[in-house]
Design a protein around this ligand. Structure first.
Ligand code: 5HY
Length: 244
């Protein structure tokens, strides 16, 4: 199976670490192709960045579809452009937030999410309500580490993240932790050992769910809101996205 993993921000170094985490989780027979758009924000922190990341994400999804990708992972924790991507692609599309929430709810009574900055909390809380999983989430917290600081070992990011996880386990009565950023993927295993609790990374969770859907022969239903976009003219900067 070929899975396209799209990092919706334009940080190629982050795409590299996300691709590595996806390959580490995938079956050997699964081909992982990790990409990011050329245009858009270098990191996504809040609604404004998210809005500008969507067109680039959809361009990558459509290019992946033309290149034969059979499954798609949206590797940004606010599940950037998920519904539009499901309309655009024929194969299954799973976003890392949704994947992590579902996996957490299968192995824990309640989970806490630890994301980057406070401005990222509201979009995540809105997604939990949209997915009907808000009752399983004890709290969405921020460790106040900017997304790109996660890549800098000298930033103290891991310590701040670990300290917020300790507070979540002590105060939220949750019995699992969900990492709230794709840039945290490679820290999941060591943080789980350190805290003696399940720590879930959405990148790995999404790859395994796409493989499972593939094995079940399931793809996005095209009977309802995820039906292919209607052919129409697009104008200006997005003229290429349209079809007559
Ligand atoms: C992410 N931003 O996973 C989100 C995390 C966040 O660029 N990749 C990003 O803070 O919303």
């Amino acid at each position: 199976m070929r899975i396209l993993v799209v990092n919706p921000n334009t940080s190629s170094s982050m795409t590299k670490s996300i691709g590595a985490a996806a390959r580490a989780a995938a079956y050997p027979s699964t081909e992982i192709v990790a990409v990011n758009p050329k245009s858009g924000p270098v990191s996504i922190e809040g609604y404004f960045d998210e809005a500008f990341a969507v067109p680039g994400l959809l361009e990558e999804i459509l290019a992946g579809e033309r290149a034969g990708a059979e499954g798609f992972v949206i590797a940004c924790f606010d599940d950037t452009g998920l519904e539009a991507a499901r309309a655009a692609a024929s194969g299954p599309v799973v976003a890392i937030g949704e994947a992590a929430f579902h996996c957490a709810s299968l192995i824990a009574h309640r989970f806490s999410v630890v994301t980057t900055l406070s401005r990222s909390i509201a979009p995540i809380e809105a997604n939990l309500v949209k997915y009907g999983l808000d009752r399983r989430c004890a709290k969405v917290r921020a460790c106040e580490v900017p997304v790109l600081a996660l890549e800098d070992p000298a930033s103290g990011a891991r310590q701040k993240l670990s300290a917020e996880i300790a507070r979540a386990l002590a105060e939220d009565h949750s019995d699992a932790i969900v990492l709230g950023c794709a840039g945290m993927a490679e820290l999941a295993a060591s943080l789980a050992r350190e805290h003696g609790a399940p720590v879930i990374d959405g990148v790995a969770a999404a790859v395994k769910l796409i493989e499972a859907l593939g094995a079940l022969g399931l793809a996005t239903s095209k009977l309802g809101p995820y039906a292919p976009p209607l052919p129409k003219r697009f104008t200006g900067a997005f003229a290429a996205m349209g079809s007559s």
